[in-house]
Design a protein around this ligand. Structure first.
Ligand SMILES: [Cu+2]
Length: 164
């Protein structure tokens, strides 16, 4: 009897080691299809937003099929949503989301993210991801805007965002 339980424990131990080994193996191969991501795969963003001088514009990942400069976009609530922002412009831009723009403070008085996260800064040519999971309480009309001095007010660098 004790012989049987020992064998069973040994078998479980071996199975556990195999699982851990498998995970380490997958994590150790950046770029491979088996790479383990925390959540979403950056190679498959839900939305691509091109940022430029001075606009936000949705398009296909290859840059085609543009939806119009500062035409805006929607973000579904209640689910993970990965947005790839690509600054194709020459200068630094900020990506803030909220409403009630406050030019003096260079941020939105009402922040879509609740205030803990103000925005993403991308130098010309840089790209970054925002991994969102907005609660249903944030449904409604918002805005994306850039608060680099002169961009929001003078260059009108802002676009409507609808959380649905
Ligand atoms: Cu800007």
């Amino acid at each position: 009897m004790s012989q049987v339980s020992l064998s069973r424990r040994e078998a479980l131990k071996l199975a556990g080691a195999a699982t851990v080994g498998g995970l380490v193996g997958a994590m150790g191969q950046p770029g491979s299809t088996s790479m383990v991501h925390a959540q979403k795969d950056p190679a498959k963003p839900d939305l691509v937003v091109f940022v430029g001088d001075f606009y936000f514009e949705v398009g296909d990942p290859d840059g085609k099929n543009r939806k119009g400069k500062n035409a805006g976009f929607s973000i579904p609530s209640g689910q993970e949503y990965l947005v790839h922002f690509i600054n194709e412009g020459k200068v630094l831009h900020e990506i803030h989301m909220g409403r009630k723009p406050n030019i003096g403070k260079r941020q939105y008085d009402e922040n879509l993210f609740g205030g803990g996260f103000l925005g993403l800064h991308l130098d010309g040519g840089q790209a970054g991801y925002m991994h969102l999971n907005l609660p249903a309480s944030q449904k409604g009309d918002w805005e994306v805007g850039c608060f680099v001095v002169g961009h929001y007010d003078d260059a009108k660098m802002h676009a409507p965002v609808k959380v649905v």
